[in-house]
Each structure stands twice: as C-alpha cells, then as structure tokens.
Write a protein that binds this ligand. Structure first.
Ligand SMILES: Cc1ncc(COP(=O)(O)O)c(C=O)c1O
Length: 406
C-alpha cells in the first residue's frame, strides 16, 4: 500500500499543503482545527482502502483481519505514547474514554469526583450524571480563574482542596483545557492527587500530536486522548490508557463476547461496529513521520498560533487571557473580541460564529469565558498567516456592521 508516496519530509506546510493534502471545499477558510480536526487526504485513502477490504469479505474482516490490524495499530499507539501495548485500547473518542472509567468505578458513600471550572462541558456533565446515578457520591468543581499566576498557584489550589476533602476518589484533569486553552501541569498534579489517595483520570482530548507525551513518565491511572484532532485520522479514533493496576475493573461501556478477556480483547470486541478509524491510527503516525515528524509539526503549529494571537490582539486592541506562557496550549490561543453591543449572551455565541462563517466563508469559533468574549485560534499544518489577517479584518468589519445595526 503506497499511501504516502511522493510525500517529502520537507513538504511545504501552509497553503501548498492545504491545497495538495487536504480536501476542504474551495473558498472555505478552515480556521477551527481545534473542534473537529481534519482528515488528511492520504488518511482518507487509507480509510477507503480498509472500508473496501471490510466490505469485500465481511466475515474475514470481523473474524480475523481486524484483529491483526487492531493489534498493529495498538502497538504503534503504545510506542507513540511510550507505554506497554497491553495497557492501551482504542475508543471512539475522549468522551467515551472518560465515561468508561467513571462508570466502572465502585464509589463508596460520601466519595467524590473532582473536576474544574475549565473542564470540557461534556465531561463535566458526565461527572454530574455519574454522581447523580450513584446517589451517594458527589461531583465537585475546583474553580480555576484567570488571571492564572503560575503552575505553582494551581498546584497549591489542588493541594489545599485535597487536604480538606480526603474523600476525593477520582480527579479528572484536562491536559489541555477547552475552550479555554490552558496546558495543565499533569505530572505534578498527579503526584499531589496520589499523595492524597485519589486516582488520576487525564482528559487529553487535545494532547496527542499537540504536546509531547510520555505515559510512563506521567504516572497517571488513566489517560484518554484523541487521534482525530491533531493526528489526522478519520473521526472516531481515540485511545484509553489504563494503568496495569486497574485492568481488573475497567470494562468497555458495551459488554460483548470478550467480556472475560483481557482489557484489549474486551475493548476490541464491543459489538459489531466500524473499526476502520482505529486501524488508521498506525498509518496516521506514519503520515506524521513522512511529513517531517512530530517536532516539525508541533513547531509549525505553535509558532503560527503565537503569531496569529499576537496579530489579532494588536488589531483588535484587546487582551489575551492572563496566564504564564508555559501554561498556554501551544497550538490553541485565545484573543478577546472587540466590544459587541449589546454583549452576546453565552447561548448566542454559536449563532454569532456560524453567521460570520455564512457571510465570510471563514470557519472560526468564539465563546464566553469568565464574563469575556473570546475568539480561539487553533492553527494546524495546513494554515498560514494570510488566513489570520483575513480573519482579523473580517471580524472587525463584521462586528462594526453588527454594532451599527443595533
Ligand atoms: C478537553 C476536552 N475533552 C473532551 C473533548 C471531547 O472530545 P470528543 O468529542 O472527541 O470526545 C474535547 C473536545 O474538544 C475537549 O476539548
């Protein structure tokens, strides 16, 4: 299979790559990689090839070939995350990874799950619902507010909270918060949680392909992360790492034929479904290597994110959220929007950026955070600075018209 023929390690990122290696509709300006990722054209070819194989001989695929492809893909993922291949499985998305862990834990009366005010919305609701279904446990929220002074300040907050709440059993830590784009000091936080007897479940939805990862070094109990955001696979591809200590009680959300098997067997066979995104993971890592490797990809995206944020903040004459540089997500940055009259309510933001997209063809995202309105940039290898200049000028014009029409 010659999926990556002709790709060079020094292939030009930006406009050329967008035109050659991605398949956005012509005229679209795709400036919201952070929400749903983008499936590289070569990865769509890998996906099509596996779909053809599955549909040609379904019995052969489900009874035999998928196992080999899954195992190879798991081994590639384990090398990437630096963990044992028996400790990592594929799940459809980070939300499923979080749900699997929280819904399997045998909580005792009075125990709690801890998340933060920056925890991703769907995950916060999962914590809430798990607590509600257990009836005797609680979901607690640690308030993290801007300005964030330093990672020590956040560590102190956790230390103090856990000292005063010894019944905290599982701490959900967002590796990169979204939409607020804060990089949390996971390794140091995990140490504090373990000292206080709590398990650590890391929501790394945005981390793989965005920041370097070494699960042996992080020493956490569970880690879930998406391949379909920053690693270009078809959507529906994520991993769940389960520390060996917990293999005996973590189960997939769907019980199936391999219910008595190993962790890997149980997650592989969760009813008839599409395994193709999972088996694409191995190829996505090869794709990243072929275009120059993770370091090259990460520096391109992070440098463009910093330049775009700086440019937009100057153009809008507004602020960035106050947090130390080393706590900013490398590829995702926020810029406060120019003033809108009357200010948008939380529930109006989606209409705002979808209307902006319909009028300008520029896909972006904006939201309310702690009383302020922000635009989020999340550049990927196919983006380039002229797109952000267009975004900036178009946002100014759009808001001017909006304000004049009030
Ligand atoms: C921190 C965080 N957690 C979880 C998710 C959910 O990811 P998915 O929809 O792939 O499950 C996201 C999505 O952006 C996220 O940013």
């Amino acid at each position: 299979m010659m999926f990556f023929d002709g790709l060079e390690a020094d292939v030009e990122f930006g406009k050329t790559l967008q035109e050659r290696e991605f398949t956005f509709q012509q005229g679209t300006v795709p400036l919201n990689h952070g929400s749903y990722g983008a499936v590289a054209r070569r990865m769509q070819e890998v996906q099509r090839c596996f779909l053809t194989e599955m549909n040609a001989q379904p019995d052969l695929w489900f009874r035999d070939s998928v196992n080999k492809h899954w195992d190879e893909s798991v081994r590639a993922a384990a090398r990437f995350f630096n963990c044992d291949s028996q400790d990592i499985v594929f799940v459809t998305n980070a939300t499923e990874g979080i749900n699997a862990v929280l819904k399997c834990y045998d909580f005792k009366e009075g125990e709690t799950i801890l998340s933060t005010s920056l925890t991703y919305g769907a995950v916060a609701l999962t914590c809430r619902d798990v607590a509600a279904q257990n009836r005797v446990i609680k979901s607690e929220v640690l308030e993290i507010r801007f300005p964030i002074e330093s990672d020590e300040a956040v560590l102190r907050q956790y230390e103090e909270y856990l000292q005063n709440h010894p019944k905290t059993r599982i701490v959900v830590i967002d590796h990169i918060t979204s939409p607020s784009a804060v990089l949390l000091p996971v390794k140091k936080l995990a140490k504090i949680c373990h000292k206080h007897g709590a398990l650590v479940l890391v929501d790394g939805a945005h981390a793989p392909g965005h920041v370097p990862l070494d699960l042996e070094d992080l020493c956490v109990d569970f880690y879930t992360g998406n391949f379909h955001k920053w690693l270009f696979t078809p959507r529906g591809c994520a991993v769940l790492y389960v520390n060996r200590k917990h293999h005996d009680w973590i189960k997939p959300l769907v019980t199936s034929h391999s219910a008595d098997g190993s962790l890997g067997e149980q997650f592989r066979q969760a009813g008839t479904r599409d395994h193709v995104p999972f088996v694409c993971a191995k190829y996505a890592l090869e794709f990243c290597d072929r275009i120059g490797g993770m370091d090259r990809i990460m520096s391109y995206c992070s440098e463009l994110a910093a330049e775009a944020q700086e440019y937009l903040a100057q153009l809008f004459q507004t602020d960035k959220p106050a947090l130390p540089r080393d706590m900013e997500a490398p590829n995702m940055k926020l810029v406060q929007l120019p003033e809108i009259y009357p200010p948008l309510r939380k529930e109006q933001f989606q209409d705002f950026f979808m209307d902006f997209w319909r009028k300008t063809n520029i896909q972006t995202v904006a939201f309310e955070l702690q009383g302020k309105a922000y635009l989020r940039v999340s550049p990927c290898i196919y983006n380039y600075m002229e797109e952000y200049r267009l975004l900036g000028q178009s946002v100014l014009e759009y808001i001017k018209k909006l304000n004049n029409s009030q």
